[in-house]
Design a protein around this ligand. Sequence first.
Ligand code: ADP
Length: 164
Amino acid sequence: MRRIAVCPGSFDPITLGHLDIISRTAKMFDKVLVVVMSNYRKPKGTFTVAERMDFIKRCTADMPNVIVDSYDGLLAEYVESRGAIAIVKGLRAVSDFEDEFKQALTNKILRPNVETIFMVSSSEYMFLSSSVVKEVCGYGGDISTFVPEVIREDIIKRIGKGGI
Ligand code: ADP
């Protein structure tokens, strides 16, 4: 049986924290679907869905079992339609926990066969989020320890110093 996992998120933009979770998941599963979710909670992002997907593709080019996709709908439905068995989410601090717990339990009710797995963030990325990247970059700060090098210039071009 091919074991497929889904790593969902906004990825607006992808950070080294996301990439850490994706690469660790890719070692555990046969195939990983990284899915840019365009949902009602964050209706308009900084980058378009197509741009976010392009960034993720460039950052995961060396991971042959990672596939990038997008979805606008119920995550539980997406997971089932792709034959995946797990949703893998990164957990940073206690602050992530309550919302993630709620989502995991809801998905369990909707699709009892799909497991949600929480992967603990690596300590160096514990504080890192897409909004931290945008805030630091927007004020002209150095984002080289936050985002993969292959997309850094594109992010700076868009939101570097005052562009946000
Ligand atoms: P953000 O909260 O940065 O907007 P997303 O909505 O794109 O992130 O999150 C997608 C998934 O990636 C979530 O499970 C989130 O907890 C996880 N994640 C985001 N940043 C990190 C990080 N620095 N370390 C581990 N997991 C992370």
